[in-house]
Ligand binder design. Sequence first.
Ligand code: SF4
Length: 387
Amino acid sequence: MGTTRCTLWPPLRGRLVMEAATERDPPRLDSAFGGAPYGWQPSATSGDVALRVLVVNSSAGHYNLGAAKLADWLKAVGHEVVTCRGDPGLFSFGYDIVALSVIFSWHAPMARDIALRVRGTSEVWCGGPGMYALQHWWTKETGLKVHPGLDARFDRQRGSYRMTFAARGCPVACSFCVAWLIEGRTFSLDWDFQPAPVLCDNNLSALPVEFQEHIINRYATSLVTLKDANSGFEPKSFDEGTYRRWEPFLAKSKAPWRFAFDEEGERDEVVRMLQILKPVPPYRKRVYCLIGNEPIEACYDRLQTIIANGGEPFCQALRPRRWPRTSSDMPIASCGARHPSGNIQTGAASDLRSLSSRQGRFTLESDLLDRQLIVIYAAAAGPDSRS
Ligand code: SF4
């Protein structure tokens, strides 16, 4: 855990509510703190000192399961907790600990700004999947350390959450993925997992059959409807048995089959999986498709293959680790186009022309694109990109 020092400087203590700065992504404090507004002093709790902790969802706009569990765990062990989505600005001060949870690496610069602001007066914690590949960068920028990987203190914290994990880990170890680095290459099964509307397990089809059935039964006997197995299934380990096991359960709530066609080498397995899923309507076959990792013609062909075999592609652009923060740091450009179904995310339109992954530099060969289909985020990164 990265720390500076723990102090009790209290210029701004108490219930704080900061109203929305933007409609889409309002930074705001959702205080669970009910104590006196000023002059709060730590008190002994089961032999420990109760501290004031600010838990920041640094990826505001996205539900942050880790931040929610951390806040619940901190409360459960006796600390006073204020939660916040986005940068709390002036209201960053007055806490013994400021805990920054980063889901996506492109939100790391904002976490850095908060850390630099408060590190002289608060202990700073920082973690989350978005920081895993940025540990050296974080230390260089802030002088602190990232808490890498899962945090055993609260990973299995129970509570009322929108998301859940029944198992951690993935044995496949794809080169572009950090899930297996963070969670391990062997599954750790949580037989007592708490069902939630979104199931985030990395690779459901590779789990032991007994555990797959356990997941289905646990949902079936709970009051929770599974709306989305968000990371879904993996074509290599998917077979007719997986289909028969999961389809009646998923179909009940019209939950989609999610899987990925990220590399050309997966073609045969993906097509085989799409053939097994033929009876399922296209809107329930949502196929993640990584773009930018192979020549653009190959990415385009993968997208077309998904559509030709009755699926709907969901593009995910590979962004360089040195993704720039703002246009004042270095030039940024992005471009995008929307699939007629409207299901492909797009970036802001621009006329950037080429895409390559040389030295963290992305350019886009737009002449090769069918603009109805492909979305590319592209950056013209300067030589002094962050590592
Ligand atoms: S199968 Fe999915 S979760 Fe597993 S390593 Fe590959 S991308 Fe990551």
